[in-house]
Each structure stands twice: as structure tokens, then as C-alpha cells.
Design a protein around this ligand. Sequence first.
Ligand code: KDG
Length: 357
Amino acid sequence: MTAIWRSTLALLGATTLTFAMAHAQSPELSDPPEINGGLVGDHGSHTLRMGIGLAENSPQFISSQYFGEILKQRTDGRITVNVFPNSQLGDDVQMLEMLQTGTLDMTYPSSSATTGYVEELAAFDLPFLLPNREAAVAVMQSDAAQGMLDAFEGTGLKALTFSENGYRQLSNSARPVASPDDVAGLDVRGLSVRTMENPVHLAIWDALGANPTPMAFGELFSAMEQGVVDGQENPWSTILSSNFNEVQNYGTETRHVYTPFIMMLSERTWDRMAPEYQELVLEAARQSAKYQIQLSAEYDDWSRDQLVERGMEITSLNNKQLAAFQDAVQPVYEEWAPRIGEDLIAEIQKIAEESSN
Ligand code: KDG
């Protein structure tokens, strides 16, 4: 890790990082790219408050801090960002509403929490749509995706960029799962699985025979601890950084959905900024998102190994088992593809295919 970044991290407060590293014995994460680009002229000061759902040792927090550092350095401290992790300011849905009323400047929700504003974004919730990270990144950087971000105009929300939440995996406290039958529980009750507050995710787990329970992320750990739900689904990096392994014995590598994050700014905050600052904020958002995707990939792979080391029994699915899950969720496509837009889905599948050629 370079000197400039070590001093910057000192600014971030050794406590945060040492906590993160000690807590997660973190892997050697990539250094953030050098902060380049000239000083932007004085167009006044802004202190931006940013609420996120995940913990301090998550790539979401680390890249959000990096976003803030770019703005601070490029404006000589005239723009600063205070990041509030662990859903302390609210859940994704609540924080989006706070941006609309101007009581919060920024948040970084899963795209799944935004489909009420731009329904096309539900395309990302369709199961098994994006076969690999290359395909996912190609789609997030496509004109079709930029169109989705632009579609927030007038909603009170300024959508800056996509980045990675990641491939979602099932975990539960009841039993190993290797097939939809294990989810449905032929001889026992179906697993109650927490989902994000998103109709496509509810449809997925309903189709798999579970009892899907929509719930805010911040309530999830205690709900699992108290047995209100048996399981949940999130990337390995989130399962580890949120210590879900303390209340979840079993994991299944379903990779059933690739969920993006979307960095959001209140349109009121955006409109108060000079065009030079708006341009810089967009540039910094894209730079930090690029770093986030890299970090997230590194952290996710490492997290899976860590979870096994900490006693989680993880089931990898062979092609036949994976096909059983894919077949079981086909009704979700029949129900949702017409609503989301068959042409858009076809375009996304084409971009995904071309990206792996
Ligand atoms: O800030 C992001 C989190 O709040 C949330 O989106 C994480 O994927 C997530 C989930 O399952 O709620």
C-alpha cells in the first residue's frame, strides 16, 4: 500500500482500518488508484453526508471513503464526504426518500431498492441473467445502463454510477441445500428466506419453494439470530463483513443474481453545486466505482475461503444441480420479462454474450 494512501488512511482514522483489518484479518486488497487531476477552482464548500448499509470492512465503505478523498484532494478540502455505515441512517428505501427530501446528500443502495423509481432496473434482478463478472461490468457500462441512470431525472435522485454489490449466494441455519427440493423441504417446512424489498426477488424464492420474507438489511442479523428467518442471500463478502456466519451454518453457491450498487446523490444537493463541481463528482464516482468492482471481486473470493475456515459448510453446485435451480425460476422470467421489456433483456443478453467472446 503506497505512502500517499497510508497517510490518507491515517486521516481516515487508524481505528476504522485497524478494526477492519483485525476484525476480518483482511486480505491484501488492491491499493486505490493514485488520485490524479488538477485542483478544481473555488466554487464554495460542501460537506456531503452519505449513508450506506454495509460495515466498515466492506468494499462499499472503503470505496466510498476513496470517493470522498478524491473530492477532498481535488478541491483542496472544499468538498468533504462523511460516510455513515451499517444502515445507521436508515435502510436503502428510507435513505432514498431522505435524498428526495434533501435531509441526506448521498446513499449507495442495491439497484433492487430503486426499481420503484425506474422499473427497467429490475432487469438486474432477473435470476441467472449475467453469467460472469465480465458480462456484468460490460452491461453496467453500456448505453442501456446509462439510460437507466438518466431515467432518474426529475425523481429528486441523481444516479451517478453503477458499481458492484455482487453475486448473491444462499445461506441458512437449518440444513445443507443442493437443490430446490432442499429449499422447499419436501419432508419438512420450506426455508423462510429474507429477501430485499423487491418483487422479483420475492418471486424467485417463491418459485424455489421457500417462504420469502422482505426485510430491511439492518434488521437481518437479529432476525436470523432469533430464528424469525432461516436464511438470506447476499454476496460472500457481505455475509462475512456482516458476520452472518455467526448465525448461519450453511451456504450454497447459487450465484442466482448479480446485484449492482448505484451511487446516488440528492438532486437538491446536485443543483446547489457549480458545474465544475458536478463534473468532478461524476468523475470521482466513476473512479471509485471502478475501484469498488476490483475490491469487491478480491474480497468476495477471499470471504468465501474465510467463511469455510470459520466453519460454514458451503455447498458448490455442479451443472446438473445449477440447472435445477435455473429451471425452477423460469416462471419469474415469464412473469417479469414483459413488464421489464423483452427488448431490453435481449439487449442485455447480447452485451453479456459479446463480453465473454
Ligand atoms: O447499502 C446496501 C445494503 O443496504 C443492501 O443493499 C445490501 O444487498 C443488500 C441487501 O441484501 O439488502
